[in-house]
Design a binder for this molecule. Structure first.
Ligand code: ADA
Length: 560
C-alpha cells in the first residue's frame, strides 16, 4: 500500500512490494554476484534471524518487466539510511537519510527485463551527520514502499496546494511542477478538478531538461473546512495534456484540506479558533517490524492515540511515513513534523555534511508533505546547540529555508537549554523539553511558570508555548507499592502531575508526552547504557502497545 488514496488514474504505477533478493556485504563496494537471502519490502533486515543487529551494507535486487519503450521513475519512500540505486548496472541515484522520499528517473527504457539494485547502508559512516548512535534505532533496509512509475517525457513532478481564507471565502493556490526529461521543448496545458470546481491553465511550455512551476489562484466557494473534529478532505486531480491532445498524458491526484493555522495573542489557532494541543511524541518503531510499520499497526497506534483523547502527534525526530500522515489527515490528528536530528552538540553540527544533509531533509520533508492539512508545525533540530552563537546561525538558516518553502505553517524547535536558549526569537512557537520529577526534582507547575519567564526574556514574549517533552521511565509489568523510579506507578504519578500542571495554565498551548510507545535504541556505551533493555522505556504503552498504568491517567486528563 502506497498511500491511503489513489494518486494516479492515467500514470501507470506499480508498487515493488514483496520479496527482493538480498545479500549483506559488510563494508565492501562490489555488488554481489549471488544473493543468498530473500527479504520483504517494505521491511527492515533486523527482522531476519541472521541480521538482528547487522550494521553495514546490504544489497537488494529485483527484476522488473517493461512492456513498451518508456521512461521509468522509481520512488523510494524511505531507505535506511544511505542508498545507491543501480538500473541495469548503471548508477541512477544516491540518497542519504532514512526518513525522506526520493526518486530516480531512467529515460528511454526498452521493453524487456531490467534489474534494479539498491546498495543500502545503515552503518554510522564518516559521511553521516544525522544517523548516529542515538536514543532510537537506525534500522537497515527499504523500510517504506518502493514504487515504479511509467512516465512520459513531460510529467508532473508534484502539486502544492495552499488553502487561503479571505473575507469572500476560501481560495486555493495550486502550484504544479512539471519536469521535461525529453530533448525538445514541450507544449502542454493543465486541467485541475477539486470537488465541483474545474480549472484550466493557459497553454504553456517547458524547455528540454527543465523543471518549471505553474501557479493559479482559484476561488472555492462551497467547500467544507478541515478541522480536527470534522476533517473534510478533497481530492485535487491534475491532468496534463500535450499540445493539441484530447486525452491526458499524465496525472497526479493529491488530497487536500481547507484550514488556516495562526499564532495570535500567545495562542495557536486552527481556523481562527484557539486549540490546546494534547498528544504524544512518537517514534516509528515496533518490535515485530522495526521502522517499517505496516498499515494495520499504524491504525492500531492511531486508535490508541485517539482513545487516550489526544489531538496531536509530534513525529519525533524525523519526517514520517506518508501513510501515517494520511491517517492523521483522515482522523483529524494535528501534526508537528520535524526534520531529522536529535541531541547534536555544536561539534556534531560542525560535521562537514551536517548543513547539506539538513537542507536536503528540510527540502524533502516540506516538498513531499506540503499538502497534509494535519501538519500545522514544521520543526527542526531537536535539542541541538541552539544555545551557541554558531548553532544559532544554523538554526536561523534552516528556519529561513523552511519559511521560504512554506510560509503557511508555524515554525518551532524543541529546546532543553532553559535560560541559555538563544533562538526563541527565530520561531513562532517556543517549545520546552523538560523532565520535572524524572531527571530533576522540580515541581512541574513551578517549572513551567519559570519556563514561561525564560521564554519571555529570551525572545519568545507573546508567543505560544508548548511543553514538547516530559515523561518518565516505566518498565512494563514492573509494579510495586513502593512506587520507586521505573515502576509503572511512579511513571503514572509523574505524568499525572505534569498534565495537571500544564492543563491548568492558559499560557500553555500544547503538551506532548515523551513518548507514545517504548522504542528500541542503539546499543552503545556512555549514557546509552542507562537505557535498560536497550530501549527508551518512557512509552505510555510498551513496544507491543500494551498499556501501562499511565494510560488511564492520560485518558483522564486529555478527556477532561
Ligand atoms: C530528550 C530527547 C528524546 C529522549 C528523551 C529521554 O529530551 O529529545 O529523544 O531521548 O530526552 O528519554 O531522555
Amino acid at each position: 500500500m502506497i498511500r491511503l488514496f489513489q494518486t494516479n488514474k492515467v500514470r501507470i504505477q506499480q508498487e515493488l512490494e514483496g520479496d527482493w533478493d538480498f545479500q549483506p556485504i559488510g563494508q565492501e563496494d562490489e555488488v554481489p554476484l549471488t544473493y543468498t537471502y530473500r527479504l520483504p519490502v517494505p521491511g527492515c533486515w533486523e527482522m531476519h534471524p541472521q541480521f538482528l543487529t547487522y550494521r553495514g551494507k546490504g544489497v537488494y535486487r529485483r527484476v522488473i518487466e517493461v512492456d513498451s519503450h518508456t521512461a521509468v521513475r522509481l520512488c523510494f519512500k524511505g531507505v535506511s539510511h544511505t542508498a545507491d540505486v543501480y538500473f541495469d548496472g548503471k548508477q541512477v541515484g544516491h540518497h542519504y537519510n532514512a526518513y525522506t522520499p526520493f526518486t530516480a528517473v531512467i529515460p528511454d527504457v526498452e521493453p524487456g527485463r531490467h534489474e534494479i539494485v539498491i546498495v543500502v547502508d545503515n552503518s554510522f559512516h564518516d559521511s553521516s551527520s544525522l544517523h548516529l548512535p542515538n536514543d532510537y534505532y537506525s534500522y537497515g533496509g527499504l523500510i517504506r514502499p518502493v514504487v515504479m512509475e511509467f512516465i512520459p517525457d513531460l510529467y508532473i513532478e508534484h502539486i502544492h496546494f495552499k488553502p487561503i481564507f479571505t473575507d469572500d471565502g476560501w481560495q486555493g493556490e495550486i502550484k504544479v511542477a512539471l519536469r521535461n526529461i525529453g530533448s525538445e521543448e514541450a507544449s502542454f496545458h493543465l486541467r485541475a478538478e477539486l470537488g465541483e470546481t474545474l480549472v484550466e491553465w493557459e497553454e504553456s511550455r517547458v524547455p528540454a531538461g527543465h523543471t518549471s512551476s505553474f501557479t493559479l489562484l482559484q476561488e472555492f466557494p462551497h467547500v467544507r473546512e478541515w478541522s480536527p473534529s470534522e476533517p473534510h478532505l478533497y481530492q485535487l486531480a491534475v491532468q496534463l495534456f500535450t499540445e493539441g491532445g484530447f486525452s491526458p498524458q499524465d496525472d497526479l491526484i493529491e488530497r487536500v484540506g481547507f484550514r488556516t493555522v495562526t499564532a495570535n495573542n500567545g495562542r495557536i489557532q486552527v481556523n481562527k479558533q484557539d486549540v490546546v494541543l494534547k498528544g504524544f511524541n512518537r517514534h516509528e518503531d515496533h518490535p515485530m517490524t522495526g521502522a517499517a510499520i505496516p498499515y494495520q499497526l499504524m491504525v492500531q497506534d492511531m486508535e490508541l492515540i485517539l482513545d487516550m483523547g489526544a489531538n496531536m502527534v509530534r513525529t519525533s525526530h524525523y519526517p514520517n511515513d506518508e501513510r501515517f500522515l494520511d491517517l492523521c489527515d483522515e482522523r483529524g490528528i494535528l501534526v508537528w513534523e520535524e526534520n531529522h536530528a536529535r541531541g547534536l552538540s555544536l561539534q556534531q553540527m560542525q560535521h562537514p555534511h551536517f548543513e547539506q544533509q539538513c537542507e536536503d531533509c528540510n527540502q524533502e520533508m516540506v516538498v513531499n508533505h506540503y499538502n497534509h492539512p494535519s501538519i500545522i508545525i514544521w520543526a527542526i533540530l531537536n535539542e541541538c546547540a541552539s544555545d551557541t552563537a554558531q548553532g544559532r546561525e544554523m538554526y536561523s538558516r534552516q528556519l529561513k529555508q523552511i519559511r521560504a518553502l512554506d510560509p503557511s505553517r508555524l515554525l518551532s524547535f524543541a529546546s532543553h537549554h532553559r535560560d541559555k536558549e538563544l533562538c526563541f526569537d527565530l520561531v513562532d512557537v517556543v517549545s520546552f523539553n523538560l523532565y520535572p520529577l524524572w531527571y530533576t526534582d522540580e515541581d512541574p507547575a513551578e517549572l513551567c511558570e519559570q519556563a514561561r519567564r525564560w521564554a519571555d526574556e529570551l525572545g519568545g514574549l507573546g508567543k505560544p508555548m508548548i511543553m514538547s517533552e516530559f515523561g518518565a521511565d516505566g518498565y512494563y509489568g514492573f509494579r510495586e507499592p513502593s512506587g520507586v523510579k521505573g515502576t509503572e506507578e511512579r511513571q503514572a504519578e509523574i505524568i499525572d502531575r505534569n498534565l495537571a500542571a500544564y492543563l491548568a495554565r492558559p499560557f500553555i498551548s500544547g503538551m506532548l508526552i515523551w513518548q507514545f510507545s517504548d522504542c528500541r535504541v542503539t546499543e552503545g556505551t556512555g549514557w546509552l547504557l542507562t537505557r535498560a533493555g536497550t530501549q527508551n522505556s518512557k512509552g505510555i504503552v510498551d513496544r507491543y502497545r500494551r498499556p501501562k498504568l499511565a494510560c488511564q491517567v492520560v485518558k483522564k486528563h486529555f478527556n477532561s
